[in-house]
Write a protein that binds this ligand. Structure first.
Ligand code: GLN
Length: 314
């Protein structure tokens, strides 16, 4: 988005005495310089409602209300941040995923609609009427782990992330979504699980390593090539690079996960991985090489290769 923040025309917009409707009109005009009109309108309403701590219906009912200087300042500060390109999800502090609201901060990747495919594929493999042990690697906001835990209350979900700041966000989400069947653990991929302790309830150490513990492992790891120009565009510029970029070909983390996963899967256990549109051959090849069977790559709604999966032999 443009980093120009033009002064308001006289008598309208951000100036003293502006009404809700005037500020909204000006905000739409500014956002529409880089967004389609419909999106500009929606974002303007969301930003104003957020800054004023009201809902969008209030904006309509109060359109002739003059804004106080403090209200104008709050609105203008948020609008200015959006105009320099900060993602709307970070400004509002939330994003919807699989029908639920997840809190997000710049410590976590913003949940993407295409990742809902990973949820659908995982749910197909998790019976609703039986317990299962599920691991989510690099959980970020917790959108995958918490969605699976809520959709499958009998499952015991373990979610790890290497970032303590990300885990704090996931914890917040587990709390407000009232998820009881999840354990959130700080770990660089499988590191903390190597001794098996991560699979136990907190405070109960198991002296015998519990490898091959999981029925299903899911991950939306970083998979963008480090030099991909896409990393310097749009929302992505404000997201944690550690959640996006993975070496020269974007496969560094996928390779590590695929190599280590078999030791953590129960016989017949599945591995489901999100990846880039151009990794639909490389990831299945890595899965075969690691001993997975029934390997397939599933396209997203846009028809792009998006999730590859396989399972361990029985
Ligand atoms: N799909 C994201 C993007 O291209 C990347 C997410 C990821 O690396 N896990 O913006």
């Amino acid at each position: 988005m443009s980093d120009v923040f033009p002064p308001p025309p006289p008598g309208e917009g951000q100036g003293e005495g502006a009404t809700v409707a005037e500020l909204q009109r000006l905000t739409i005009r500014q956002l529409a310089q880089t967004l389609p009109p419909r999106e500009a309108r929606l974002e303007a309403q969301l930003l104003l409602a957020h800054a004023l701590k009201v809902d969008r219906v209030w904006l309509i009912a109060h359109d002739t209300d003059p804004l106080t200087p403090a209200q104008l300042d709050a609105c203008n500060a948020l609008i200015a941040r959006r105009l320099v390109g900060e993602p709307i999800a970070y400004l509002l502090g939330e994003r919807e995923f699989y029908g639920r609201r997840f809190q997000v901060t710049p410590a976590v990747l913003i949940p993407r609609p295409e990742t809902e495919l990973l949820v659908d594929l995982a749910l197909e493999r998790l019976p609703a009427d039986a317990p299962a042990r599920v691991l989510d690697l690099g959980t970020g906001s917790g959108c995958l782990a918490l969605t699976l835990a809520l959709e499958r209350p009998l499952a015991q979900v373990t979610a790890v992330d290497a970032s303590a700041d990300a885990l704090a966000v996931a914890r917040e989400n587990a709390h407000h979504l009232q998820v009881a069947n999840v354990a959130l653990i700080e770990s660089d991929w499988f590191a903390v699980l190597e001794g098996g302790a991560g699979c136990n309830p907190p405070g109960r150490m198991n002296p015998a390593p519990q490898r091959r513990a999981f029925d299903l492992i899911v991950a939306n790891p970083p998979y963008v090539a480090a030099a991909d120009p896409h990393l310097a565009q749009g929302d992505v510029r404000f997201e944690p690079l550690s959640a996006l970029a993975a070496g020269a070909d974007g496969l560094d983390d996928l390779r590590r996960i695929i190599a280590a996963a078999p030791a953590h899967l129960a016989p017949g256990g599945g591995l489901l991985l999100e990846h880039g549109w151009d990794q639909g051959e490389a990831v299945p090849a890595l899965l075969y090489a690691a001993g997975f069977i029934d390997v397939e790559c599933v396209p997203d709604l846009a028809g792009q290769p998006r999730v590859s999966l396989g399972r361990m032999p029985e």
